[in-house]
Write a protein that binds this ligand. Sequence first.
Ligand code: NAG
Ligand code: NAG
Ligand code: NAG
Ligand code: NAG
Ligand code: NAG
Ligand code: NAG
Ligand code: ZN
Length: 419
Amino acid sequence: MKIVFLSVLLWASVLCLDFNYHDNSRLEQFLQNMSSIYPNLTKLYSIGKSVENRDLWVIAIGGNPDRHETLRPHVKYIGNMHGNEVVSREVLLHLVDYYLTSYGNNDTITSFLNNTVVHIMPSMNPDGFSQATVGDCNGIVGRSNKNGYDLNRNFPDYFAVNPAPIQPETAAVMNWTQQYRFVLSANLHGGTLVANYPFDNYPNANGIPKYVTCPDDDTFISLSKTYSYKHSNMSSGSHCGDRFPEGITNGALWYPVTGGMQDWNYMQAGCMEITLEISCCKYPAASTLPDFWSANKQALVDYLMRVHSGVKGIIYDQEGKVVPAATLKIKGRELVSFRSSNYGEYWRVLVPGAYVLQVFNGVNSTEKSFVVTNGQVTRLDIRSWQPIISAGTSLNQPYIPILPVLLIACYHLMYILFF
Ligand SMILES: *[C@@H]1O[C@H](CO)[C@@H](O)[C@H](O)[C@H]1NC(C)=O
Ligand SMILES: *[C@@H]1O[C@H](CO)[C@@H](O)[C@H](O)[C@H]1NC(C)=O
Ligand SMILES: *[C@@H]1O[C@H](CO)[C@@H](O)[C@H](O)[C@H]1NC(C)=O
Ligand SMILES: *[C@@H]1O[C@H](CO)[C@@H](O)[C@H](O)[C@H]1NC(C)=O
Ligand SMILES: *[C@@H]1O[C@H](CO)[C@@H](O)[C@H](O)[C@H]1NC(C)=O
Ligand SMILES: *[C@@H]1O[C@H](CO)[C@@H](O)[C@H](O)[C@H]1NC(C)=O
Ligand SMILES: [Zn+2]
C-alpha cells in the first residue's frame, strides 16, 4: 500500500510540469523524463552542440515517431532562438506535456499524433539563455549565440549575400531541416505579439520596410491567421505598443531582415515556416507563465494541424518505382520548389482552390491538376509517363542581382583595357 502510494507520488512529481523556468539542465531532465515515460510516443535526440558545447535537444512526438509510415508528415517548432526571449521555452515544454498526456485520452490529439510527427526544439540558443536574466523585458543580453551572432540573421539569404559565418547552432538546424523534409513549422520569439510570414527581405532593402509578396502569400496569411485567431488575443492586433491588423504581418513590411530562418525554410528547405512573437516582455516573471500557456495552447495545436490541408501524394516513375528528391512546383508559384522524400512522398499546404502540380526532370515537366477543398488534404499521386530524374542538392537558386554583377564586370573590363 505504502509502495503504491509512494510510486503514485513519484509518478505525479514526474508528470506534473510546473510553471517555472527550467534552466538548461532541468530542461534536459524533463525531456529525458518524458521520453522514458512515453518510449513509444517519443524520440529524444540532439541535433548537435552549441558553441559552449551544450546539446541542442529535440523531442519528436508521434505514434512510434521513428518508424516510417507512408505519407505521415513531419512538422517542427523551434523556441528560444534568441536566448533572452524565453517564454517559448516553457510554452513548448507544456506543449510536450500536453501532447503526451492527451494521447489516448483525447481523440483529436491521438489521431493527430498517429498521423503526424511533431519535432519540438525548446531551445536553439541554450548558451544565450544562460546569460539572460528574469525581468529583462527589452534588453539584448543573451540574444546572440556565444560568438556574438544573431541566429535569426545567420541563415543563407535568398535576396542578399549574408556575410556572417554560419554558426554551429545554425548549421545543426540546417542539416536537421533538410534531413527530415519538414512540411510546416514555426519559430518562436518574444518582444511583441504577432505572427510574421515570408518574405522577410528583398534585394537592396537597406532597412526600408515594404510588403514583399511571396508566391504562397495566400497560404501564409491563412496559416498566420490560424495562429492569431486561435491565440487568446493576438488577433486584436494592438499589443505592446505595436499595431498589426489581425495580429499578422508580412516580415519585410515590419522590417527587412537578412539571414532569417523562415525565408531559408521556405526557399531552401521546402518547409512553410512563420515566426511567432508571443510576449511583450522577453523574460517576464515566472508567475505569468500559466497565462502564456493558456493563451498559446490552442493556437500551437491548431497551427500544426494545418499540415493536413492542401495536397499530398507519391511520385512514381514510368516503371512504378517511387522517385526520391523529385523537384516539385505549384504552377504559378514557380519561384519556389519543394522535394519528394526518400520514399517519393510529397506534401504542400495550400488554401482551397484549383491548382496544377508540376514534376520536373530537368527538361520536361509532368503536370497534373487538382482541387483543394476547405480543411481537407487532396491525395494526388503522379505516375509519370517519362523518366523523372532526381534533382541535385540545391533547391532554389539564390537571387542573382544581374545589374550589379554586370556593372562590376564592366568595371573590371574597363580596368583591364585602360589601366
Ligand atoms: C525527472 O524525474 C525525476 C524522478 O525520476 C524527478 O526527481 C525530477 O524532478 C524530474 N525532473 C523534471 C525536470 O521533471
Ligand atoms: C512499444 O515499443 C516496443 C518496442 O519497439 C514494442 O515492442 C511494443 O509493442 C510497443 N507498444 C505499443 C503499445 O505500441
Ligand atoms: C481535445 O483536444 C482538442 C485539440 O487540442 C481540443 O480542442 C479539445 O477541447 C480536447 N477535448 C477535450 C475533451 O479535452
Ligand atoms: C492511434 O493508433 C493506435 C495504434 O495504432 C490505435 O490503437 C488507435 O486506435 C489510434 N487512435 C486514433 C484516434 O486514431
Ligand atoms: C492580451 O494581450 C496582452 C498583451 O497586449 C496581455 O498583456 C494580456 O494579458 C492578454 N490578455 C488575455 C486575456 O490573454
Ligand atoms: C521530353 O518530352 C519529349 C516529348 O514527350 C520526349 O520525346 C523526350 O524524350 C522527353 N525528354 C526527357 C529528358 O524526358
Ligand atoms: Zn527574437
